[in-house]
Design a binder for this molecule. Sequence first.
Ligand code: PGA
Ligand code: ZN
Length: 430
Amino acid sequence: MANITSVKAIQILDSRGLPTVSCRVETDDGLSAISKVPSGASTGEREALELRDGGNEYLGKGVLKAVKNINTKLADVLIGMDARNQFEIDQALIDLDGTPAKKNLGANAILAASIATLRSGAKSAKLPLYEHVNNLYCSEFKANKQLSLPVPMLNIINGGEHANNNIDIQEFMVMPIGAGSFNECMQWAIEIYGALKSLLASKGLSTAVGDEGGFAPDLKSNQEAIELILKSIEDCGLEAGKDIVLALDCAASEFFTDGKYVLKGENKSLDSNGFVDYLKSLVSSYPIRSIEDGMDENDFDGWSMLTNELANSIQIVGDDLFVTNVKDLQHGIDKSLANSILIKLNQIGTVSETLGAINLASQNNYSAVISHRSGETEDNTIADICVGVSAGQIKTGAPCRSDRTSKYNRLLWIESDLGNSVSYANELFL
Ligand code: PGA
Ligand code: ZN
């Protein structure tokens, strides 16, 4: 018994204080579950539609139309269906909308219902959420995935669209690959984060944080941000390149103007060739193991160049490039662009399509990094998805602010519950 008896949505608030959609699904076994959807700032052009009300109320960002769609049209379709049948449910929602970008009902409406169903289905199946995800994934794609705890990418300096400082690269992240467990990895991350705070304060730099909980000081260059992080790692008695490696998200589409990569903070304007060289020199000078959105989302020649130059030595992640869409990912695979995909549920709008993108990546030896958005909530479903599909990596901000730590806290619980039966995915990187 897990037939859906009620589907109800309301408008709630995200971490930026802006409206977002929350949905509750109830089943005839007396159980229920709630979802809350996130929202991006540096969004990709090809992402599914986030339906906003416009007008004056809530700065034009209200989501009452999306809420109404759930409470009427989506509820009509979902009531009576079995919440454990995620793929069937998502297909019904995709068919109801009828457009590739979910323009009729809104991807925020559809995703809220899809995640609430996933959570509700797990409860009805009497399984932890990660196990329900694992069962769904393995049976749909005839895969054999063991559970694993991910290596996190912790974004400890914020720039770009996520802060009002002068840093052009959006995210400077640490990956504690040398830790022996997820728990130890979080301890290291907290220590580095604390050392960085002291270091910034000692230099008279701001310790206020950006959208993802990382510090957002004004600095002279991207290199200065990296060097501050390296010093903080050293101050903790850890070794950069061995215990900790660095990851960047350039979010390059945000500073690509008229065919040039414009680094305002450094007074540089570079063509694709020049920006690939810039990134290559960062990689040769610093222990950087992963670069996300190093090129603009439509600069496919630039992506091809970057992949040729760096994909043998580091991870090249497509976020705005692939928007969690199997069509865009297949295009990238065919053209050998990147070697990894960032996975964001709200870029595509259903759990099933998200799992499909992870599966396509896995079949083509692309890694998958499960990700939050810069506008988040306390919903921590991505932690369970990451463990359930054994993605090996999660990107969910600094170890600071509840919207970010809710995911890390969930992973700490999962590791504690699973104990030695599950591995921390660091062997992927050692
Ligand atoms: P966004 O940023 O959620 O603002 O798009 C995250 C990212 O670019 O990875
Ligand atoms: Zn990104």
